[in-house]
Design a protein around this ligand. Structure first.
Ligand code: ZN
Length: 148
């Protein structure tokens, strides 16, 4: 059974995260593919990643390059090669959605939302509980949702 709760909902696919070996190489490739330059580059030092963003309609493509050996992106590329790393859903209320998904049996990787790129608070769901897909939930940081 899928429970309905109008106060907790996923709004859209916010972005698709793609792990790359080198942004210097991937940026021109995706610029060619999408017919546009990336509109933003951002470093998330706490995660050991550099990112660049492309807009495709209402959705974004996030390219991720690991900058440290411990970075999840570095490990992912070493193990699986370059490719789709995660799908990110924008949610209306991160805590409510975490609660709903936990109740449905999904495994949340970080109970405390992390600061992600693009002014977002993010949590990830364990791919073992989501059919092998790493799922990110993100919520834009606003005045009320800013943890500090
Ligand atoms: Zn992401």
């Amino acid at each position: 059974m899928v429970s309905q709760n109008i106060f907790a909902c996923m709004l859209k696919v916010e972005h698709i995260g793609i792990a790359v070996r080198s942004l210097a190489q991937a940026n021109p490739l995706f610029a060619q593919l999408l017919g546009q330059a990336p509109y933003k580059a951002e470093t998330v030092a706490s995660e050991g990643v550099e990112t660049s963003f492309f807009k495709v309609g209402d959705t974004k493509i996030e390219l991720l390059e690991g900058t440290t050996p411990e970075s999840a992106i570095t490990k992912f590329v070493e193990k699986k090669g370059e490719g789709i790393h995660h799908i990110a859903f924008e949610v209306a209320n991160l805590e409510a959605e975490m609660q709903r998904l936990k109740a449905e049996g999904f495994v949340i990787l970080n109970e405390t939302p992390k600061r992600g790129a693009d002014n977002k608070r993010v949590v990830f769901l364990h791919p073992k509980s989501t059919g092998g897909v790493l799922v990110e939930l993100c919520q834009e940081i606003t005045e009320e949702s800013n943890p500090g």
